[in-house]
Design a protein around this ligand. Structure first.
Ligand SMILES: [Fe+2]
Length: 462
């Protein structure tokens, strides 16, 4: 009994800080250095040797349930072969898949020969080797398909956003690669290379970025979300079609989920159902994205995929003085559905810092009733801003004060996160700042699934 009382007392003391503050603003002070892009002759951008050697090799999921992979690569000297040679670790039988090739021009830039090849009907949970550049300089890589979709399948996702190609970006990627949690797939929340920060949106920086991330992205799928730096709208130079470089380079399996555009779509992967939304495509009522999402949420079978994850670029709950309220109009449109369908977690980027919210919703307001404050809501998602990949625009350090009650933790540091699903009820989440050792999570929480274990994850302060 005495021991029990001690525990209760300790528990109460430990939680006083949370209850009084209504959230934590980290005291961690990052050494302020200028965030600059790595120069073009950096080793991470080096062109692979050999005539017409495939470069910028990257993969993403190629179908709705994880048995397909899209392999993409670029050749510079000539188109070369469209085919991918692949074989399972379990078999000596080799197969070919045929892809297609695209090129595009962006003002005075002409792309290399960009190849995309979808490999379908793979076996789940199997390591495959693949070769691109057939007949000329060949390069071999490998990937492992996800396990069969099912409710208790463990799976580990990495979270990276707003990566860019600075020295800090390289630290973030290295940190992710050496993570002890071993992320199996990256959920990328938008803003890839920041080429649009260069004169005429120098598309050579799309190429350098592709070479930079190849060391991870050729071996595991990165699931793409479009950010504002993918828009590449430059009408004064005749570039009036948004997302031209992005859509030519980074295909996604949007048709497999009934979407009509590559900016919003869904996939299943292991025990997770992932919905990708488009902050920079129309989302108002009657728009294609709205109609798709309205039909999409009821299709999610939480008995098959208990974890419902949404990715978007512009965050809805953000207490930094950067991009403040930019996500508000989409929140007004879609938040009631997120609560109704019990989304577990929403990952966004855009703000170059880190923040995790409490489970809150703000859906009662109807213009006349004045009920416009976020309230604690155990059916609501946790909102995580993870736009801290390390791009050249630098950190967002200026925060709204005092910290709003909905904000559980915020810190202006670069880093990445890991969402580690254990089974249908529990997932361990950790955010890692670049300045720490790989084993250290600067912010973490155990997620309880909203359908299978809808308890509060920690004492609620509201
Ligand atoms: Fe952004």
């Amino acid at each position: 009994m005495g021991l029990f009382s001690l525990f209760v007392t300790l528990f109460l003391i430990l939680n006083v800080a949370v209850i009084c503050n209504g959230g934590i603003t980290s005291k961690f002070v990052r050494k302020v250095e200028k965030t600059i892009d790595m120069p073009l002759d950096s080793d991470v951008f080096s062109v692979p040797p050999g005539y017409n050697a495939p470069q910028q090799v990257h993969i993403t999921q190629g179908d709705h349930d994880g048995k397909g992979v899209i392999v993409s690569w670029v050749t510079m000297d000539e188109p070369g072969s469209n085919k991918v040679l692949y074989w399972s670790e379990k078999s000596k039988d080799k197969h070919h898949a045929r892809g297609h090739m695209v090129t595009y021009r962006f003002y005075n830039y002409t792309s290399g020969f960009i190849h995309h090849c979808t490999i379908n009907h793979l076996e789940y949970d199997t390591k495959y080797y693949y070769v691109v550049g057939l007949g000329l300089t060949e390069r071999q890589f490998w990937f492992t398909t996800p396990p069969k979709v099912g409710p208790d399948v463990p799976y580990t996702f990495g979270l990276i956003g707003d990566l860019g190609q600075s020295f800090d970006s390289n630290k973030t990627l290295s940190h992710y690669e050496s993570s002890l949690s071993k992320g199996q797939t990256v959920l990328f929340v938008g803003d890839l290379c920041y080429a649009d920060q260069y004169p005429l949106h120098d598309n050579n920086r799309w190429d350098t970025w592709g070479r930079f991330v190849e060391r991870s992205n050729a071996y595991q799928s990165w699931i793409w979300t479009a950010g504002n730096h993918e828009i590449d709208f430059l009408p004064e130079y005749g570039e009036t079609v948004p997302f031209k470089p992005y859509t030519n380079r980074y295909p996604v399996p949007y048709r497999a989920s009934g979407s009509t555009a590559p900016f919003w779509y869904s996939i299943k992967r292991a025990s997770a159902y992932i919905i990708v939304l488009a902050s920079y495509s129309a989302y108002g009522k009657y728009t294609p994205q709205y109609k798709w999402l309205e039909e999409e949420f009821p299709k999610v079978n939480r008995t098959e995929t208990p974890w419902l994850i949404v990715l978007m670029h512009s965050p809805w709950y953000n207490s930094y003085n950067y991009h403040y309220m930019e996500g508000e109009t989409m929140r007004v449109m879609y938040e009631p559905w997120f609560v109704k369908y019990k989304v577990d977690v929403v990952f966004a980027g855009h703000v170059h810092a880190y923040e995790r919210s409490e489970r809150v919703s703000n859906i009662a307001y109807n213009i006349v009733n004045g009920v416009c404050n976020p309230v604690s809501d155990q059916s609501a998602p946790v909102y995580i801003t993870i736009g801290d990949g390390g791009n050249l625009e630098g950190l967002a350090t200026n925060m709204t004060e005092p910290q709003p009650k909905y904000s559980a933790y915020r810190e202006a540091s670069f880093g990445h996160a890991i969402f580690d699903i254990k089974n249908r009820t529990h997932a361990y989440y950790g955010w890692h700042r670049n300045q720490d050792g790989v084993a250290t999570a600067a912010d973490s929480m155990w997620f309880f699934n909203r359908v299978w274990y809808p308890e509060a994850e920690h004492p609620v302060s509201q």
